[in-house]
Design a protein around this ligand. Sequence first.
Ligand code: GLU
Length: 306
Amino acid sequence: MSLLVDRYAPSPTSDLHLGNLRTALAGWLLTRSAGGRWLMRVEDLDTARVAAAGDAAPRQLADLKSLGMEWDGEPLWQSERLPAYAAAVAALGERTYPCFCTRREIAEASSAPHDGHRAYPGTCAGLGSEQVARLGRHRAAALRVRSEGVSFSVTDVHAGDVTEPVDDFVLLRADGAPAYNLAVVVDDMFQGVTRVTRGVDLKSSAPRQAWLTTMLGGIAPEYAHIGLVTNAQGSRLAKRDGAVTLADLSAVGLSQSDVLAMLSGSLGLGQCRTADEALAAMPAGSLPDDNFWAPATWDGEELVIQ
Ligand code: GLU
């Protein structure tokens, strides 16, 4: 059997909250319990948001370490990978095309968004070189990949087959920055990732990313999507929900072990006070039960499995 390689890939645009930490722990546990490698990647391409967060990356890494989630090797920093993204775009060659549409034009021409993603209606797919040159004098173009309307399936180890249509999604934004869907694929290939564990909010993006992996000559990974932590009103956890980061929780008197116990409890593994204890509570040779994959609610004091 080949070695399992998973990664945790936080965006350093805020400190990690309980939902992020729960997903990280789930990935660490799934990987370590299978004897796999757990890699770290700092997704710091959105430079404006990273700067606005006062560069949260060192704090994120320190939080994971302090909870006992050690990763293998050095973290990969996306801001140092720009030549790799450019090479991937070049390799796609004719499969890419410039797109001059504004957000508003896309919204007007396409159907309602699905899981936050609005399928691109293909407006610029047929532009000739003269039209491109003319439009390029007035507007900067994003770069899209030509998907030819395929549907693509991936395997989620818990949810099973996930099939979604792949639209002509953005590879490079109009400001030239690599888009998340490009960077994530190039880096998962580079890091030799065989399984991606992350929040379920990205489940519907998996077919798009796996398809691009195959277009770049790679083998699509399998996925493990974990339920999100929401607040009592059912919205995604955020700063306004009070003490949700490790620093906040420590300020109200909760130790690292208290937080670990909450996280492991919310994954259905019981109140384990260290990451290693949680690892020992993982079932041998099978995937954990439904509680592990379920969403949880943070009511301000406790993480409750939904
Ligand atoms: N950086 C992304 C996030 O923090 C995760 C991307 C991924 O795991 O594919 O939401």
